[in-house]
Write a protein that binds this ligand. Structure first.
Ligand code: SF4
Ligand code: SF4
Ligand code: SF4
Length: 244
């Protein structure tokens, strides 16, 4: 039986999610035994006409991105958005809170007309996305879970509860008790609460739970001493597209 053909593609991103998978070491090597990697720009020159699973990193932020993602979608049986840039626009989407011309001038100066750009969008704004691996960078446990499930032909379990739930199950000390502010109560789980588990607060890199009460979240931050502007900035860092 032939192995599933897997391809990785990068769009507007820092490529941290793709690099992160090389850190999975033995788990990544185990995975390679069960699939054929047919495209992966960071590691090989080969190209393929079709893919069983296409993993997409990065947001859609230029007209060329739109053409490319349609082409990949046509060739892919299953398409997975990898990391917060691909899932929501991620940190790239902060530019959407400003005037597009001002942003282009800040970044490219007088050369701005040579770089057409559009508001940073999640992949799902342009084509159908079958699964998402959230996080900035993407969460290793969730990625391995989704990858293994798809290769075995199973439907992966997707989380939509708060990081606090995972944090409590791991019996971590709550960093709120140390005077830190944590976005765990409003952030989507799936990372095994890795930051509080290491004594740090959650910055919300997996984006908000789907039924978030935005005004309630802002109020919660204000109760912890943040101005309304600062509270909204914290919530927008990884989720500007989802929380405007
Ligand atoms: S989600 Fe974060 S780590 Fe991944 S590509 Fe985007 S900015 Fe980089
Ligand atoms: S440390 Fe953060 S994620 Fe953990 S229980 Fe406290 S508020 Fe929730
Ligand atoms: S704890 Fe929060 S900031 Fe840390 S990886 Fe999980 S979602 Fe991201």
């Amino acid at each position: 039986m032939s192995k599933p053909k897997v391809a990785f593609f990068d769009f507007t991103s820092c490529e941290g999610c793709q690099l992160n998978k090389l850190n999975f070491e033995n788990d990544f090597l185990d995975m390679l035994e069960h699939v054929d990697i047919v495209e992966f720009r960071e590691a090989m020159d080969d190209k393929a006409d079709e893919y069983d699973i296409a993993f997409i990193e990065g947001s859609i932020s230029t007209p060329t991105c739109i053409e490319r993602i349609h082409d990949i979608r046509r060739r892919a049986k299953v398409l997975v958005a990898l990391g917060q840039c691909a899932c929501s626009g991620g940190v790239n989407a902060m530019k959407n809170l400003h005037q597009p011309d001002w942003v282009r001038e800040e970044v490219y100066g007088n050369e701005k007309y040579r770089f057409p750009s559009i508001p940073a969008q999640p992949v799902s704004a342009v084509v159908k996305v079958d699964y998402e691996v959230r996080g900035c960078p993407m969460s290793a446990p969730e990625y391995l879970h989704i990858f293994k499930s798809l290769v075995m032909g199973r439907k992966p379990e997707i989380f939509d509860h708060a990081v606090c739930v995972e944090c409590k199950l791991k019996e971590n000390e709550c960093v709120l008790d140390k005077g830190m502010f944590c976005l765990g109560p409003v952030t989507r789980a799936g990372c095994e609460a890795i930051c509080p588990g290491n004594g740090q607060y959650c910055t919300g890199c997996r984006g908000p739970i789907s039924n978030l009460n935005l005004e309630g979240a802002v109020e919660m931050l204000r109760e912890h001493g943040f101005s309304e502007t600062e509270a909204r900035k914290r919530l927008h860092l990884f989720s500007a597209n989802e929380l405007v």
